[in-house]
Design a binder for this molecule. Structure first.
Ligand SMILES: Nc1ncnc2c1ncn2[C@@H]1O[C@H](COP(=O)(O)OP(=O)(O)O)[C@@H](O)[C@H]1O
Ligand SMILES: [Mg+2]
Length: 219
């Protein structure tokens, strides 16, 4: 590794994120680390699979014009992706202190990005505001595609949106419904009204399923 300065930016459940200077560029090195409780062979397979998956989806999303970090290098051997560092703040850390007009504008942009992914058969897999970075100029970048997949199945689309809505409700409780409404405006711009409605209905269907309690467990 030819990096000079290096700092640990985040330690997630499955990866360590380093910020480094690499040949003069500020980059992120995302290293998927072994989990001791998993069988070592299975662990390696999972880490390799998710690394390839994330790199592939980042590449595909970028080709669609969705703002995501550019991939600079991938090492399957070290289950590592080196990608462009996105200067900004996680939306999770910014949203609650934003003016409401700004929240609306931002969520609409997120809707356009996610709509573009879904419209082209890409499921993000972990849509939360921790996986969105907002730059100084207000551009939104999507990161963390490790759990994503290629699919245009309505069920997968619904689950992606369901995860997002749940994240909004738990992290940005007071503005969650405004956020989702604005998000859907942007989403509709890309997906069209008909598909947007189908996707939303799916989200409510999934929610209802989640609340279903079998008769034998009812009080
Ligand atoms: N390309 C990037 N540019 C800037 N910050 C990043 C980048 N990738 C990751 N991060 C930071 O590291 C954190 C964790 O990265 P992420 O890819 O979401 O990994 P995890 O799978 O652990 O959630 C993000 O929330 C963000 O703060
Ligand atoms: Mg993440």
């Amino acid at each position: 590794m030819d990096a000079i300065r290096c700092e640990v930016l985040a330690k997630g459940a499955e990866a360590i994120i380093y910020k480094e200077v690499w040949y003069g560029f500020v980059v992120i090195r995302k290293v998927r680390i072994p989990k001791r409780y998993r069988d070592p062979r299975l662990d390696r397979i999972l880490r390799v699979k998710r690394t390839i998956n994330e790199a592939r989806l980042l590449y595909d999303a970028r080709r669609l014009g969705v703002s995501v970090p550019a991939i600079i290098d991938v090492s399957i051997e070290n289950t590592t992706i080196i990608m462009e560092y996105i200067e900004g703040i996680r939306l999770r850390d910014k949203l609650n202190s934003m003016r409401i007009e700004e929240v609306a504008k931002t969520m609409r942009k997120v809707g356009v990005l996610v709509g573009t992914l879904h419209n082209n058969g890409i499921i993000h897999g972990d849509l939360t505001t921790s996986n969105m970075i907002i730059s100084k100029s207000g551009n939104i970048f999507l990161i963390d595609f490790g759990l994503g997949m290629h699919s245009d199945d309505l069920e997968d689309i619904g689950v992606d949106l369901h995860v997002f809505l749940r994240a909004l409700e738990s992290t940005h409780t007071h503005v969650a419904s405004i956020c989702f409404r604005q998000f859907l405006k942007g989403y509709k711009e890309v997906m069209g009204e008909d598909m947007m409605k189908k996707a939303v209905n799916k989200v409510y269907e999934i929610r209802a399923r989640g609340r279903y309690v079998p008769p034998e467990l009812r009080k």
